[in-house]
Write a protein that binds this ligand. Sequence first.
Ligand code: SF4
Length: 470
Amino acid sequence: MKVTALHDGTWREAPSDTWMRLRELELKAPRYTTYPARDHFVEAFDATSYRRWLQRRRLAGAGPLSLYVHLPFCPSGCHHCARDKLVSRSHARALDYLRQLEREIGMLAAEIGHGQQVTRMYWGGGTPNFFRPDELAGLAGTIRGLFRVRPGGDHAIEIDPRNAEPELAARLAAIGFNRLAIRVPDLDPEVLRAVRRPQAAIPTVGFIADAHEAGFRSIGLELVCGLPRQTAKGFLRTLEELIAMGPTRITLHDYRYQPQRYRNQRHIRAAELPSLAELTSLHARAHERLAAADYEFIGAGHFARPDDPLARALRAGHLDWDCHGYSTQPESDLIGLGASAISRVGASYAQNLRSPDEYVEAVRQGLLPVARGIELDADDLVRRAVINGLCAAGRVAIESIEIAHLINFQGYFAAEIRALDPWVDAGLVEVDEEWIAVTPPGRRYLRAIGACFDRYQRESVRRANVDPIL
Ligand code: SF4
């Protein structure tokens, strides 16, 4: 089986079994925004454990920080959603959440020390623009009062253009955001009906034009592949409309249907989901169209224009990978704020209570609202370094891993290197004594390739007695 031999366009008429198998592996692989995946977090890691890590950071005088702020409110719910959100129209309830969030920020700043430098901020949801611009500005002011937010850093916010008020883009730029992640899962009316999400193109067109005018250096559109009633034809039509809007970045997120985990997804009829063959074709065509429109493929569904910071970081070799996917900033500790937010401090992860009501109640009582987490051992740390390296740059320098983690790479990872053999045979990965490097066609499967180094994944696959790779 040689994947490179398939780059002759024949997939268009009949996606081959190989392409479909590869896509399936990528769909099944963990997202690797944390390693181990958050399913492995434990409740034994509690607020006391988290506080210990925060104090350790304070004593070590550790470097700059990233902040993640979770704003979970949405005015209406979508059937396909897998996010930690709260569907509510009560602004009073949202403002109460905001007050407790500001309180949590104060508690965290007191733990790690006031005035720490923040080089990266990401506000996600839910729908952050459920809040009015002056409320968002107030929250940003609270953060600025406790941290030193670097003006030239990477400061992003997710926006649902359906709720965008006039002047929103200019107000966000004035607050200090310089990157936008705009959610438009699809524009095909059939798909939108199936996921109960009315969404027209016009508000997005206007918002993107405003964002360009306001000087945002990165404007990203986020689509979802694999939604019910989605077809390659309809999806390409959406893609065409979105490319015409002139975003600097386009991300294709893979939809994961998990009705057993997300109650709202039970409204989706499994029979209406695209087949693996349709999905494989849809992806291949989207890649082709985006390349023709001058978007560089970064990896993990991300495409960027050559002038977007993501494409520049990839070319310069300093692209990173962390709890929120690609990062143009060097690796740093991350403080998660708000319900369900994940922090990464030193060799630990901590996740806040997922229910906004429980979160609000805990903070009201003056508690750090930690629900669970994990302390990483030496094995977790070396595997995280390899997986992050593969997901970010698509390569790992063997010697640098050996020096940083005091291992003999070839001996320590003998089984994992063997597990890469089918990828190597397929022309998707190259392995020599100095490097493990993913080839350009292999970048479509970074997570599946990274999974070869995932101890937890390999153990669960072994338990299920399934062949983990090709
Ligand atoms: S998909 Fe977005 S807008 Fe819809 S419920 Fe989920 S977070 Fe809210």
